[in-house]
Design a protein around this ligand. Structure first.
Ligand code: AMP
Length: 213
């Protein structure tokens, strides 16, 4: 089964993906995570991606489609959660082609719907483990281990793009480029909307119910 998690930055795509991976053995394809590891490895590709990400801009479609194509080649016949991809109509069309070529298909698009005002609070308070990627929030989900991760004892950091000015740009990008995908997938009868303002646990049970998992 292949699922897209669609939602504005901070709507909980990463958190819900991880829960689905743990419970149902999906493979998570997070284009944001792939880009951040390219940046860590200081590759040319990483440097190029970083220049867009630091400004809250989308990385160009051809680069993103290339890394997704490589991932799909390495993960044939697996159930995949697409987290943060596609983000434009061009990417959505390319994903369709990639899946068709792999004799696979897209089953559902889960839209995590949330009030834009809540996103700024969620994103400015978000902290992530630099080592394992576990996600925390300074108010709503602080680590019991202070500024260290509860899972692996790694250091908790604030993503560069979780600062307010960059967040505003990312939200604009979402409205302009990714928002239209809601209509796109509604027309294809793939869209399932979930109220992402509920607690993490309740969003997860809504997802399980709506997908009959
Ligand atoms: P995320 O971790 O999904 O919030 O992504 C962080 C940043 O990576 C985004 O703000 C974009 O700059 C870039 N990015 C991630 N996925 C994509 C994508 N599918 N298309 C273009 N840029 C992306």
């Amino acid at each position: 089964m292949n699922i897209i998690l669609l939602g504005a930055p901070g709507s909980g795509k990463g958190t819900q993906s991880k829960l689905l991976v743990e419970k149902y053995k999906f493979n998570q394809l997070s284009t944001g995570d792939l880009l951040r590891s390219a940046i860590k490895s200081a590759s040319e590709f990483g440097k190029l991606a970083q220049s867009y990400m630091n400004q809250g801009k989308l990385v160009p479609d051809d680069l993103i489609v290339q890394i997704v194509g490589e991932y799909l080649n390495l993960n044939k016949n697996k159930s995949i959660i697409f987290d943060g991809f596609p983000r434009t109509e061009i990417q959505a069309t390319k994903l369709n082609e990639l899946l068709e070529n792999a004799k696979s298909e897209l089953n559902f698009v889960l839209y995590l719907k949330i009030n834009p005002q809540d996103l700024i609070d969620r994103l400015t308070g978000r902290r992530v483990c630099a080592q394992c990627g576990e996600i925390y929030h300074v108010h709503t989900k602080p680590s019991k281990n202070g500024d260290k991760c509860e899972v692996c004892d790694g250091s908790l950091v604030q993503r560069k793009d979780d600062h307010k000015e960059v967040i505003l740009e990312r939200l604009l990008e979402f409205d302009k480029n990714t928002g239209p995908l809601i209509e796109f997938y509604k027309n294809k009868e793939k869209l399932i909307t979930v109220d992402a303002e509920l607690s993490t646990e309740n969003v997860f049970s809504e997802i399980q119910k709506k997908l009959s998992l």
